[in-house]
Design a protein around this ligand. Structure first.
Ligand code: ADP
Ligand code: MG
Length: 705
């Protein structure tokens, strides 16, 4: 359909007010332009697409009797009492009452004396804030408030106030004012719209101009609940375009990589045959199928971009080893990267164990490695050492490879899209681009695979090795800790081994280590007949290894650990796991941790200790864990409970920091997004570029600043 390409949807640049600098707007001088630029807002169109995070309704007041905790509301009330706390703990508390004859407490931890002195019983205040449960009933902490006349009607806003993402030094009012001025320059739909009209019509997409105006300036009668949920047709129209843009941008990146050439890795299969023959197990059907897909890609002269997903324990490492051997057979180098040192070490051991008997040397490069060892390893890599394993510091620190043919990234659930792209860019320097294999332990729900991973082909290892027994899981309150310890004692008496996982969520590894030491002392005292080991992230790799070896050999009955054991640890005889503070952990992490048991033939158990009272979310998470061991179901549930940004570990940065779209809420849009995306890439590549420039361009420049 060549005619389609010919239709210009680009108006001449001069006629496009969106591409002008924000400086053309009245009242925007250099200082304001700079403040805007810090938010990534440089062009007029950046302001058009700087969408509200939420809306505040100050068009009406809510009576105190109707307030509900968790909601934001405007209240009109009369000051009944004021308290300023005492000298060493100043705290301003204002009780206000209204016609509903109920009282609301306004609480300020920071305040000026003058502020407190201006307030007297009998004054009327108009307040806006979030309602919550306090010790003395409903309260608002640090609400906005203003004095209003003592009698008569009070002037309220006529429409909902949009609240924008902003930064210090740029207030909402000022930002909203500039956005108003930018919106005055919005061109008619015909020149604003980048999605071809026939695709808009086919998918029922309404006016973009109308959607923007509505989202920025909803009318007084706008349905607030629908807007708050992001489900208004105007918001959905914008979400569609944003999802489409993300899809196009990943596809474009993929296309850029796929246009490059990669070495064809089609060795004679000798190493692979010996490797498979020496394995103490048969590969599962799923492992064979996925390995076949990977090897097929490697034999092409185009770079592979493939994600292998498989539940914890599904045997991804063996598939990765097969891919690595294919590269080595063909005379190319392989780099394997893991997000943590412990996981990288685990891979190092597996690979050395499997590959060195075949005469394939495995090099080690990690962040903590010192001077000489590091220099030596780097030199051997530069000379062509066949396999290199390390943390992602490996690629980030200018390691030169002689002939890098394959990069394997073990993503677990930690590498975000952003890092993946950064690593990919690294690989793009040479003449030939290495193939890329991404392994992920968190099964990726279909909706995410279609969007966040649109740049990758996906293979699934959807079968566990035979002989695994599902883990019986129970949730138990901390109050019954003594019973749980007695249960460990009983398990040890039967010759079983147990993990006790401390999950203190603290930034510092030191605090985590301390918490584990405390638990270690407690368990050592309670289980005097058994040896209890301890492992945490502050220990040297050698020390960790000694402890792991002792546990593996059965010399330790119990292993107290921080979440360092989350990945890679493999002791089939350990069939009981106790996890502390589970109310604070996410599903993906709980699933990873529990994946350490249930690896042998004995029936395994997992005890999830929690501190009541449980919030709604925590309760649901623990229920999911009790009900299923199926990683796919857990991942779907996780997505539902937490949202995709969190699931992918890219909440605030990177490609998935959507302005308006929400992958779980808007998943129903994805099939159409995909169709429109394919059509645009083949028929309107220039318009696709402009969409990316519109939605991601500014933000991307900002991120690189
Ligand atoms: P993951 O997919 O979580 O990375 P691993 O590759 O670490 O899983 O494999 C988990 C354990 O299962 C390892 O001990 C590995 O040797 C073993 N394993 C892998 N494949 C098979 C198989 N086909 N049969 C039996 N055990 C297997
Ligand atoms: Mg693994």
């Amino acid at each position: 359909m060549p005619a389609r390409n010919a239709r210009a949807i680009d108006p001449p640049a001069a006629a496009d007010p969106g591409s002008l600098s924000v400086g053309v707007l009245p009242g925007v001088g250099p200082a304001l332009a700079q403040a805007l630029s810090r938010l990534g807002l440089e062009r007029v169109q950046d302001l058009w697409f700087h969408l509200p995070l939420r809306y505040e309704d100050r068009t009406r007041v809510t009576s105190i009797a109707d307030l509900r905790p968790g909601e934001r509301a405007q209240v009109l009330g009369t000051v009944e009492a004021i308290e300023r706390g005492f000298r060493y703990r100043p705290q301003l508390k204002i009780a206000i009452g209204d016609d509903s004859r109920q009282t609301l407490l306004l609480r300020f931890f920071h305040f000026h004396r003058a502020q407190a002195e201006q307030l007297k019983p009998g004054l009327r205040l108009l307040c806006y804030g979030e309602v919550r449960h306090g010790a003395q009933g409903l309260e608002m902490v640090h609400p906005q408030y203003q004095r209003v006349g003592d009698e008569g009607p009070v002037a309220m806003d006529e429409r909902l106030s949009p609240i924008y993402p902003t930064a210090d030094g740029l207030g909402q009012k000022r930002l909203a004012g500039v956005i108003d001025k930018a919106l005055a320059l919005l061109p008619p739909d015909a020149s604003l719209e980048l999605i071809p009209p026939e695709l808009c019509a086919a998918h029922g997409l309404g006016s973009l101009r109308g959607a923007l105006l509505y989202a920025h300036r909803p009318p007084p009668d706008a349905p607030l609940a629908e807007l708050a949920g992001g489900r208004h047709p105007a918001q959905q129209r914008l979400a569609f375009e944003e999802l489409l843009t993300q899809h196009l941008s990943l596809k474009r990146m993929r296309a850029a990589v796929r246009r490059r050439r990669a070495p064809t890795l089609d060795g004679d299969g000798q190493l692979r045959t010996v490797f498979v023959g020496r394995l103490p197990f048969e590969l599962t059907g799923a492992q064979r199928r996925v390995a076949g897909e990977v090897l097929g890609d490697l034999a092409q002269a185009r770079p592979m971009l493939r994600l292998v997903q498989g539940d914890v324990g599904s045997g991804k490492t063996a598939v990765a080893a097969l891919a690595a051997l294919a590269a080595v057979e063909a005379g190319w180098q392989v780099a394997l990267m893991a997000p943590t040192e412990l996981l990288a070490e685990q891979h190092l051991r597996s690979f050395r164990h499997w590959l060195e008997p075949l005469g394939v040397a495995v090099e080690w490069l990690a962040g903590k490695q010192q001077g000489k060892a590091r220099a030596g390893a780097k030199a051997r890599v530069a000379e062509g050492a066949p396999v290199v394993i390390g943390t992602h510091a490996l690629m980030q620190e200018g390691v030169a490879f002689a002939r890098l043919g394959l990069v394997i990234v073990d993503e677990q659930h930690r590498f975000g899209v952003q890092q993946r792209l950064a690593l990919r860019d690294k690989g793009l320097e040479g003449e030939l681009v290495p193939h890329q294999l991404v392994l992920t332990a968190t099964p990726i729900p279909r909706t995410l695979a279609m969007s966040a991973y649109a740049d990758l082909d996906v293979s699934s290892i959807d079968e566990l090795p035979p002989g695994r027994t599902p883990v019986q899981t129970v949730a138990v309150t901390n109050a019954r800790r003594a019973e749980v310890i007695a249960r460990i004692q009983a398990a040890c008496a039967q010759g079983r081994q147990a993990y006790w996982v401390c999950t203190l969520i603290e930034e510092s590894e030191q605090l985590r280590a301390q918490a584990a030491e405390v638990a270690h002392a407690e368990l050592s005292a309670a289980l005097a007949d058994y040896r209890v080991g301890l492992i945490h992230g502050r220990m040297k790799p050698k020390e960790k290894q000694t402890v792991m070896d002792a546990f593996k050999a059965g010399e330790l009955a119990v292993l107290v650990a921080t979440t360092v054991i989350e990945v890679g640890v493999d002791v089939p005889n350990a069939s009981l796991m106790v996890i502390e503070n589970t109310e604070r952990l996410g599903l993906a992490q709980l699933h990873q941790l529990r994946g350490r048991v249930g690896r042998g033939a004995v029936a395994s158990n997992c005890v999830l200790l929690y501190q009541p009272p449980l919030g709604q979310l925590a309760r649901e998470r623990l229920n999911v864990m009790r009900e299923t061991c199926d990683g796919f179901r857990i991942a779907e549930k996780d997505l539902q409970l937490r949202g995709p940004g969190e699931v992918l570990g890219t909440r605030q940065t990177g490609q998935l920091a959507f302005r308006i779209a929400d992958l779980s809420r808007d998943a129903h849009l994805l099939p159409a997004v995909q169709q429109v995306g394919e059509a645009m890439l083949s028929q309107q590549p220039r318009a696709a570029e402009r969409l990316i420039e519109r939605w991601i361009g500014g933000a991307a420049r900002y991120a690189h600043a």
